[in-house]
Design a protein around this ligand. Structure first.
Ligand SMILES: Cc1ncc(COP(=O)(O)O)c(C=O)c1O
Length: 516
């Protein structure tokens, strides 16, 4: 059984001593001090810092040990299986990180004259071409910083399109299936649209009759993930596209699940007009941790004129920046987006090539089906929706029977998995599955790892029947026991910065929480 390290680790601000140093810069004979002084004088008096910043003072070894101990209490994609459904937590080759860190790439400044940054513009331009090829769209904009950000840009493009057609007043509705990721209805609402939800059918696909009953002259767009969050491919996608286009609506593709179809089929050819991709899932950057991501948007030829500026164009001799797009929706992010993340995607696609990308799709689909098929035979679990049909990149199991028969919930299973040294899957999503366990065993997991995961699930379900209390009180072997899920994510109880923490320090955190 797995056991995580447990250190009683203070905050870094509580470590060290005044005057301790990790690095002593070489003597510059007063030159540096002079430069700093000169720069300081350029800052207006009112904007100058009045007090010293309170930084911890530590030796190098204290810093190294502090972060090493913290990392030993952590778990990440480099530690082992991380089947967090819909998040595509795959191992990312380290060479991509090295390439993105090249000084020739990461010291250039976006304000430099375009003639002096031809190399990076060529890389970004080429990446746009590749993503257009992969998604089957006409033009790509790399600016959005996340999937949800891409979705938001998508809704601005919908507005621009319908405004151009003089229909923005009446096209108020965006349709989303009930299996949609929460960001879809949220983005539609932020874009100023009313959200209309359509139910899924017994196969987990969009219920076509229900869809037909809600489309109208008020439909601005349908937002769809395909394969959807159940891991099921919308087999009626042709009919769905026709239904939306017939009434003048647009089809938006949430490409967070692109892993499943890479090199196999293309959203543009399924009829989608706007497509976002999650670079930080499918193309070599880790997802999560609040770190920078990228959610490029691809569009059909008709919508290209609305994309944010600048556009990178090649005039036959050099790469230039085109700001002359009078119908552009404007900027969505500074410059070209999160370039370091985009560089990793470039390296990832270049290293795999088209065959490698197809392998990604095939192996991720194989892994999901292997895992789903074996798990559904475990007593207490089921694989609802699409009986007998293949899944794509993920499978969603239900622990409803287990809960009814033992009282052990999907949350308890997720916590007990941590005791087996495995990251928990996503739970309680999609909302249409009771006691959902959403498992995405990406292409970067070996069969032995999947077998270990399946074995851990089997043991936990058996334990639920024999010793339910043991499962319900898990985890037992982790650095931190079970957290109160609500308190742990409530802004009032979380201290997100040292400043917040020090404001609360001296007070009992729990009584602070109790006081509201
Ligand atoms: C299906 C789906 N759509 C959209 C998103 C939103 O992407 P992001 O987290 O980059 O905003 C996610 C994120 O996990 C997702 O799984």
């Amino acid at each position: 059984m797995f056991r995580q390290a447990q250190w009683s680790e203070p905050l870094i601000m509580d470590l060290g001593k005044k005057g301790r140093r990790g690095h002593v810069p070489p003597r510059a004979g007063g030159k540096i001090e002079k430069i700093i002084g000169d720069v300081d004088r350029l800052i207006p008096e009112a904007m100058r810092r009045q007090s010293q910043i309170k930084l911890p003072e530590l030796s190098e070894v204290e810093v190294v040990r502090h972060f090493t101990r913290l990392s030993e209490m952590n778990y990440g994609v480099d530690s082992g299986l991380y089947p967090l459904g819909s998040c595509t937590m795959k191992y990312n080759p380290k060479i991509n990180e090295q390439l993105a860190a090249y000084s020739s790439l990461n010291v250039v400044h976006p304000y430099q004259d375009a003639r002096t940054v031809q190399g990076i513009l060529e890389i970004l331009f080429t990446l746009e071409q590749w993503l257009a090829e992969i998604t089957g769209t006409h033009e790509i904009c790399l600016q959005p910083a996340a999937g949800a950000h891409g979705e938001f840009l998508g809704t601005l493009l919908m507005r621009a399109y319908h405004r151009r057609n003089g229909e923005i007043g009446r096209r108020k509705e965006v349709i989303v299936p009930d299996s949609a990721h929460g960001t879809n209805p949220a983005s539609a609402a932020m874009g100023g649209f009313d959200v209309v939800v359509v139910p899924s059918d017994s196969n987990g696909c969009v219920n076509i009759e229900a869809l037909k009953s809600v489309v109208s002259q008020h439909t601005a767009a349908l937002m769809l993930t395909n394969p959807n969050t159940l891991g099921v491919f919308e087999e009626n996608i042709g009919e769905i596209a026709e239904t939306i286009h017939e009434v003048g609506g647009l089809l938006y593709y949430d490409g967070a699940n692109l892993n499943a179809i890479l090199g196999k089929c293309r959203p543009g050819e399924m009829g989608f007009d706007i497509v976002h991709t999650n670079i930080h899932k499918t193309f070599g950057t880790p997802h999560g941790g609040g770190g920078p991501g990228a959610g490029p948007i691809g569009v059909s030829e008709e919508l290209a004129k609305f994309l944010p500026v600048p556009r990178i164009v090649f005039d036959g001799e050099q790469y230039c920046l085109d700001y002359d797009r009078p119908e552009s929706v404007g900027k969505i992010k500074g410059f070209y987006g999160n370039v370091a993340v985009l560089l990793k995607a470039y390296a990832y696609i270049l290293s795999l090539g088209s065959e490698g990308l197809r392998d990604v799709a095939e192996i991720s689909v194989l892994n999901a089906n292997y895992t789903g098929e074996r798990l559904k035979d475990i007593k207490g679990l089921a694989l609802p929706y699409g009986e007998g049909r293949y899944r794509k990149h993920e499978c969603v199991l239900s622990a409803k029977t287990l809960k009814n028969e033992t009282g052990v919930t999907a949350l308890d299973i997720a916590k007990r998995l941590l005791d087996h040294g495995v990251h928990a899957p996503t739970i309680y999503f999609p909302l249409i599955v009771d006691e959902a366990l959403m498992i995405e065993p990406t292409e970067t997991f070996e069969k032995e790892e999947l077998d270990r995961f399946i074995e851990a699930m089997r043991k936990i379900c058996e334990e639920a029947y024999s010793r339910p209390a043991k499962v319900s009180s898990a985890p037992h072997n982790t650095a931190i026991p079970r957290l109160d899920e609500v308190k742990a994510s409530h802004p009032r109880t979380m201290a997100l910065s040292w400043r917040m923490w020090s404001k609360r320090k001296g007070q009992d955190l729990w009584s602070y929480r109790a006081r509201k």
